[in-house]
Design a protein around this ligand. Sequence first.
Ligand code: PLP
Length: 302
Amino acid sequence: MPTFSTARTEIAGQPIADLVKSFGTPLYVYDIAVVQERIADLAAFDRIRYAQKACSNLAILDRMRRTGVVVDAVSAGEIRRAIAAGFSPDAAKHEIVYTADIFDRDALDLVVEHSMNVNCGSPDMITQLGERRPGAEVTLRINPGFGHGHSQKTNTGGEQSKHGIWHEQIDECLRRADQSRITITGLHMHIGSGTDLEHLSEVCEAMERTALSVGRTLKTISAGGGLPVPYKSDESYVDLAKYFELWDATRNRLGEAFGHRLDLEIEPGRYLSAESGSLIAEVRSVKKAGNNVFVLVRCRIQ
Ligand SMILES: *Cc1c(COP(=O)(O)O)cnc(C)c1O
C-alpha cells in the first residue's frame, strides 16, 4: 500500500525548504531512486520500453537509458527528445521505436533518415514506409476488438479507439507487407491504462491468436503499458508476478509453435515515473466557491 503523507519535509533526502531556497517555486523534483525501484520490479521482462509521454524530462530519460531501459516515441518531437537523451535511433539496437497510427511527414523523414524501428498502428503505414524503405522490418500495434481503461480517454482498444490495427485486418497487413517486401517481426497490444488481471488473460489470448495468424517471422511481443499506479489510498498495484506469468506463458506457447524464442517487452509510462515526481508550490490562498475548493499557488511567470 502506498502512503499519502501530509507533512513531508524532505524529498530524496533533501530538505524541501533548502530546495525552495535554491530554486524557488513552483518546482518539480524527481527522486531517481523511485524510478530505479520501479525498473527493478520489471526485471523479468526482456525489455522495458518507457512510454516517454508520462514524463519526458531529459535527465530522467538519460538516467533510464543508463539503467538499460529503452523508449518509445509517438511523434517527431519525441524522436528528437530520445536522441537528445542519448538513445540510438539504430534499428538494430531497438532503443527507440516510433509507435503511432500515422506518419507525420516530419516523423517519416526522421524514421527513414535514421532507419528506425516502427510500430505501425494502421495498414497505410506499412505501405507508406515500404515506398521509402522497402525491405524494412516492422512491428504492428493491434486493436484486439476490446479495450480496458479507467476512462474513455485512456481506453485504447475496441471500436471507439482510433489506435492500432483492427484485429480483422491482419491479412490485409500481410498482403501489404509482401508487396513492399516488409517483414512483420513483432506484435504489440496497448489497449488501455488500468489493466487488471481478470482482463489480462483475454488480452493474452487475443495476442496468441493474432500472433499465430502472422506466423514465424515474429521475434517479439509487447504487452504495452497501463500498469496501474495507485492514485488514491484505497487503490493498489497490480500483482506483477502474476502479470508476468500470464505473458510469459503466452510467449512460451508461441515460442513452441514457431520453433524459436520470442522476446517479451513491456511498455509502461506512468508506472516508472509517476511516483518519483513532486511539485513544490507556495499556497497563497485557499477559497471556496460553492462545492469547490480552490488552492491558489504562486506562479513564476508574473
Ligand atoms: C501512453 C502509452 C503507454 C503507457 O501508458 P501508461 O498507462 O502510462 O503505462 C504505452 N504505450 C503507448 C503507445 C502509449 O501511448
